[in-house]
Write a protein that binds this ligand. Structure first.
Ligand code: SF4
Length: 730
């Protein structure tokens, strides 16, 4: 037998064995442009288009598959968000598939919660255990005893989960994400009467003014906006756009700026209004834009009366001259664009500060103009109060009213303990996790029904932002499932069918793929006469539906009843005397909100500003470090009114002396061998802001103390070297 024939035969036998319980997956695999050859040629790759779901940006990917294994991921050049580019987290998605600690089959707890003691069970038993609990709720007529906690969902999965919960009779579906853009939506609603996130035309602008929007690192759509920034700087023959960054910590984005304005945390909105006032006072505004939005310069100037330069300079900690210079540059360079990001939004006065930045765009005529901002058509609506909904759910759980919690995601890691979530969840008698790794939440679950990896899954991925045209990216399984796992929506459908009655009638689809195809068909507007199967193949080959039905373009217009933005003075947990430093918990470039931590490529990826790998650190200004006798790599205790953490110090000139910063993403109790026990989770320090039901992750004060011991810092190329003797083996 020839080697080629042997390999083809082997493939057929293997595929037949796998497909026994999962028919026709191979029939559905649609390669990108290259038609399938007659069999496997060793070493020859086939490319499949799919979508990245490692963060909400929803980039398009091409996966090279060779001999049945996913080998490499690249950006899809046809996808309008990323146009062939990809970030490191997207590259690492392949490590999710081949992670050695994936949960390979359903598990039932057989030891104390958190102990990691589980027994293997079958899918039949797993779905049976879940439906038994749900049937009990139906019998007791307490269907609101079911809670579902997921990340923010869009597209078909959002529709399916919504229908599942509504039909079951529960209102307890909370979609929570740590880095939620809720506050940006709230600000847009208050200013423009619509909660649509902004689309930034960075590529075409000539003056970019970012208030804590780290668009190269993590803000909304980093690949899209990172490459647009490259175009702004180098893509035009005669224009190189200017970039000023406002924020107390020098992020990777800030490091690309021409000017860094290290404003005090929480003062960014006040600073924006100081700039706005100067533009009005010196008549540098676009009078047509003001008139079009129903605003009068005189009245606005009067409303901003108290934002005079001396006061704004004092509140922001910036020199008057620098503020005035930026205001004049911003107003006299057209088009100019101002952005507001997470550093601003996650303060106690977040939404009003974001609105102050909106006002700046309006004043210079940058609403709905090239080089300015438009409403983002990607996901025009989304949660606005998900944190408040989470707090309400915590109260319900605390009161003992939630009997079954179905959880997709890892809230025991990503919800700050100050909310009381951890104690409240412990009161839920039955917790089901759908995680593919034993993460912090899955370790406390009674039942684990493991999801497929992304590269084994079907789905539609609607980017959270970064597009003026609505689009739908598609995910297709590029390899056969490696283990006895099932996609989360398939489990919901199977559970509904098992429950029978109204549930089965409301969710009749035999498979998630069927449901997905129906939704895409509807979205694409394919009528009865269209050969949908051919169109579906075409969509899969290219990675999605990039031209959806034409929609009426919308614009931002200042609401007639919207008052001028008036950010309150920032409010911080912890008194200044005991806790003299502001804590900033920022998303690490490699880990985003912690999702990247399980993957060794990302653990080994040096942080772009500090070169630290495999761990956590606290950034301290050299002046502050000297005052406290702290040197590079020393072990430091960071304490807030909420908790205490110990971690090594990085003496970092790119941070204000009254601030310290810790990256998010490490400090997992579970999540596999590479994440478990690495570093600390700064959310343990975040304190709740009184009774405000608003995420204010950056509104906590801390104190720092040098303690004995080595911080065990590992760096790659830092001038002061690495302080751990050997790098961690992978
Ligand atoms: S920005 Fe997000 S969606 Fe895009 S490649 Fe990176 S992780 Fe994936």
């Amino acid at each position: 037998m020839k080697r080629r024939t042997f390999l083809q035969l082997g493939t057929v036998i293997a595929a037949g064995a796998v497909l026994d319980g999962c028919r026709s997956k191979n029939e559905q695999l649609i390669p990108y442009l290259i038609p399938p050859d007659e069999g496997i040629t060793p070493g020859k790759g086939t490319y499949y288009a799919s979508s990245c779901n490692a963060c909400p940006a929803g980039c398009g990917i091409l996966v090279r598959v060779s001999e049945g294994r996913a080998k490499k991921i690249e950006g899809n050049p046809e996808h309008p968000i990323n146009r062939g580019k990809l970030c490191a987290r997207g590259q690492a998605v392949v490590q999710e598939l081949y992670h050695p600690d994936r949960v390979p089959h359903p598990l039932k707890r057989n030891g104390p919660r958190g102990s990691g003691a589980f027994t293997r069970i079958s899918w039949q038993e797993g779905i049976g255990l879940l439906t038994d609990r749900l049937k009990a709720l139906q019998r007791e007529q307490s269907t609101n005893g079911l809670a579902l906690l997921t990340p923010h969902l869009r597209g078909t999965l959002a529709e399916l989960t919504g229908r599942f919960m509504r039909t079951f009779g529960s209102t307890n579906h909370v979609s929570y994400e740590l880095l939620t853009p809720d506050l940006l939506r709230i600000a847009a609603r208050r200013s423009f009467g619509q909660p649509t996130l902004p689309y930034y035309d960075i590529a075409e602008t000539r003056y970019l003014l970012s208030f804590g929007a780290d668009f190269v690192d993590s803000h909304l759509s980093p690949v899209k906006y990172g490459s647009a920034f490259g175009e702004m700087r180098q893509g035009r023959d005669t224009v190189r756009g200017h970039f000023t960054y406002v924020g107390g910590r020098m992020s990777l984005t800030a490091a690309s700026a021409d000017r860094w304005m290290p404003a005090k945390p929480g003062s960014e909105g006040t600073l924006a209004l100081g700039i706005a006032r100067l533009i009005l006072a010196e008549s540098l505004y676009d009078s047509g834009a003001l008139a079009m939005n129903g605003l009068e310069a005189k009245k606005l100037l009067a409303a901003l009366d108290r934002y005079d330069l001396p006061r704004v300079a004092q509140l922001s900690g910036l020199p008057q001259g620098a503020i005035a210079e930026v205001a004049r540059e911003f107003a006299s360079t057209r088009p100019a664009l101002a952005l507001a990001g997470e550093m601003v939004a996650f303060q106690s006065n977040g939404p009003e500060s974001v609105r102050a930045v909106h006002l700046l765009n309006l004043l210079v005529g940058s609403l709905n103009r090239p080089g300015g901002i438009y409403p983002d058509a990607g996901s025009p609506s989304g949660p606005e109060n998900s944190f408040a909904e989470l707090i309400a759910l915590i109260e319900t759980m605390r009161g003992g009213h939630v009997k079954v919690a179905m959880i997709h995601g890892d809230p025991l890691y990503s919800v700050p303990p100050a909310t009381g979530f951890h104690d409240a969840l412990a009161k839920v008698p039955f917790i089901v996790s759908f995680s593919s790794l034993l993460d912090d939440t899955a370790l406390h679950a009674d039942l684990v029904l493991p999801d497929h990896a992304a590269l084994e899954s079907w789905g539609d991925v609607i980017p959270v932002a970064g597009t003026r045209e609505p689009l739908v990216g598609l995910m297709q399984p590029v390899v056969e499932p490696l283990f006895d796992t099932r996609q989360f929506p398939e489990v919901l459908l199977a559970t509904a069918h098992e429950l029978g009655g109204r549930m089965a009638a409301a969710l009749p689809d035999e498979s998630y793929l069927e449901l997905l195809k129906g939704a895409v068909r509807k979205q694409a507007g394919f009528g009865a006469g269209v050969d949908f199967e051919a169109a579906w193949v075409d969509l899969l080959q290219h990675g999605g539906l990039f031209k959806t039905k034409s929609v009426q373009p919308t614009g931002y217009r200042w609401s007639s009843d919207a008052p001028p933005p008036l950010p309150e003075d920032p409010d911080f947990a912890g008194d200044q005397k005991t806790y003299p430093f502001h804590l900033i918990a920022y998303p690490a470039t490699a880990f985003y909100d912690g999702r990247g931590a399980p993957y060794p490529w990302l653990q080994q990826l040096p942080d772009p500003m500090t070169t630290v790998v495999w761990g956590s650190w606290v950034e301290i200004n050299p002046e502050t470090a000297a005052e406290h006798g702290i040197g590079f790599g020393d072990l430091v205790e960071v304490s807030s009114p909420q908790g205490t953490l110990r971690l090594p110090a990085v003496v970092y000139p790119g941070i204000r002396p009254d601030m310290v910063a810790i990256p998010l993403g490490q400090g997992h109790r579970g999540m596999g061998r590479y994440a478990q026990g690495q570093g600390v989770n700064p959310l343990a320090l975040v304190a709740r802001q009184g009774t405000k039901q608003q995420p204010a992750w950056n509104a906590t004060r801390v104190r720092i103390t040098r303690i004995s011991g080595n911080g065990e810092l590992v760096t790659a190329g830092h001038p002061q070297g690495s302080l751990r003797s050997e790098l961690v083996e992978i």
